[in-house]
Design a protein around this ligand. Structure first.
Ligand SMILES: NC(=O)c1ccc[n+]([C@@H]2O[C@H](COP(=O)([O-])OP(=O)(O)OC[C@H]3O[C@@H](n4cnc5c(N)ncnc54)[C@H](O)[C@@H]3O)[C@@H](O)[C@H]2O)c1
Ligand SMILES: CC(C)C[C@H](N)C(=O)O
Length: 364
């Protein structure tokens, strides 16, 4: 990849490679866009097959955070970090402390949190070196693990999608097929079960699947059967790119709404859902509950206030569906339009010169 060409084409601001021999840290921090504010996005720890794959993932995820934060109405830009390694085997405290020092060196341009492979404990270690971290232990007044709040946001967003598809936000009696019942989806299932929805679940982790069957009376299917089950809503809550040429023809659902990032394999798959009349809740709009929750820490965490903001996911999605109908475009394109318009309008107002304490002219 021609790095500067790529960064120029997609408007990336900064790419930082971090290395610490002592702890084995190999990390990448990407800041995509800070028009709306400092870049907030989680740190992923993953075994990548090559350094190029890791950089590509960090770039893609950072841009996603710009759109997620903008569409959620947060005054935050987009960034993300990845640490190369196996989260089950390669972690040590020194690694996260070294990583924290690198975050500190960016002086607030990037703020981190949890993502796949990192935990509240890891954030606490980072916090020993920098304040530019969220999702640390609730004992210190922070918001803790974002997953249950993300799950609640998906539930609220699903209701907005039901309103769009059926003219009624109730999920009582609806059948929801959930792919992957991990941290987020377990919380989602709790809310769905409480409202009286019927659940069909699958997971490659047998224990996770069993927990959902035992707790919610969910019906269990094999991982490759989930796409074609008879249901009203398909909730992809495991991996990205599960909406593709192979799975779309199998779908019986009227709604696709789940937590996974980058659900559409390509934009054309979003077009296909649109043409088939399936209501797709764009991933970065419906799964913004976690980032909304951790971002509340920047004003001194208040759980009640944070949950009120998470409830707005219903309104944000309703707005996306309205833009989609008004402009006759698929919902993924409507979400992009919403996010880009917000960034553009702030960019325009920033074009006026405002003198501040740090500007060179202030010395005169
Ligand atoms: N945690 C958050 O706050 C948050 C926020 C936004 C987006 N997301 C996204 O939501 C998704 C779920 O996040 P999580 O924190 O619950 O992760 P998790 O690892 O706790 O759960 C994912 C589950 O999916 C299962 N799985 C993996 N591959 C599968 C397959 N092929 N078929 C069926 N099941 C499979 C795993 O065994 C696991 O139980 C991820 O894509 C994540 O990026 C999470
Ligand atoms: C900031 C984090 C809570 C972000 C979360 N991992 C996401 O993808 O939205």
């Amino acid at each position: 990849m021609e790095m500067f060409n790529y960064m120029e084409e997609y408007d990336y601001e900064q790419l930082v490679l971090c290395q610490d021999k002592n702890s084995g840290l190999k990390a990448i921090i990407v800041i995509h866009d800070t028009t709306l504010g400092p870049a907030l996005g989680g740190t992923r720890m993953w075994t990548y097959s090559s350094e190029e794959d890791a950089i590509e993932d960090a770039l893609r995820l950072a841009k996603g955070m710009t759109y997620k934060n903008a569409a959620a109405g947060l005054n935050l830009g987009g960034g993300k970090a990845v640490i190369i390694g196996d989260p089950k085997k390669d972690k040590n405290p020194e690694m996260f402390r070294a990583f924290g020092r690198y975050i500190q060196s960016l002086n607030g341009r990037y703020i981190t949190a949890e993502d796949v492979g990192t935990t509240v404990h890891d954030m606490d270690l980072i916090h020993m070196e920098t304040n530019f971290v969220t999702g640390t232990s609730p004992e210190s007044g922070s918001s803790g693990n974002p997953s249950p709040v993300t799950g609640y946001g998906i539930y609220k967003g699903m209701k907005a999608a039901a309103m769009e598809a059926y003219g009624d936000p109730s999920l009582e009696g609806k059948t929801v097929a959930v792919q992957g019942v991990g941290n987020v989806a377990y919380a989602l299932c709790e809310h769905l079960h409480e409202e009286g929805a019927d659940l069909i679940v699958t997971d490659v982790n047998k224990e996770a699947a069993k927990r959902a069957v035992d707790t919610f009376g969910a019906k269990l299917v094999e991982p490759d059967e989930i796409y074609g089950v008879d249901c009203d809503i398909y909730a992809p809550c495991a991996l990205g790119a599960t909406i593709n040429d192979e799975t779309i023809p199998q779908l019986k659902a009227k709604i696709v709404a789940g937590s996974a990032n980058n659900q559409l394999k390509t934009m054309e798959h979003g077009d296909m859902l649109h043409e088939m009349g399936i209501v797709y809740a764009p991933d970065y709009v419906i799964n913004s509950g976690g980032v909304i929750n951790v971002s509340d820490e920047l004003d001194g965490y208040n759980h009640k206030r944070a949950m009120k903001k998470v409830e707005m996911i219903y309104d944000n999605l309703t707005q996306v569906f309205e833009i989609s109908r008004r402009d006759q475009i698929p919902t993924y394109a409507a979400a992009d339009r919403l996010a880009e318009e917000r960034i553009r309008s702030l960019q325009a107002s920033r074009s006026q010169f405002l003198r501040n304490g740090h500007h060179i002219l202030s010395r005169r």
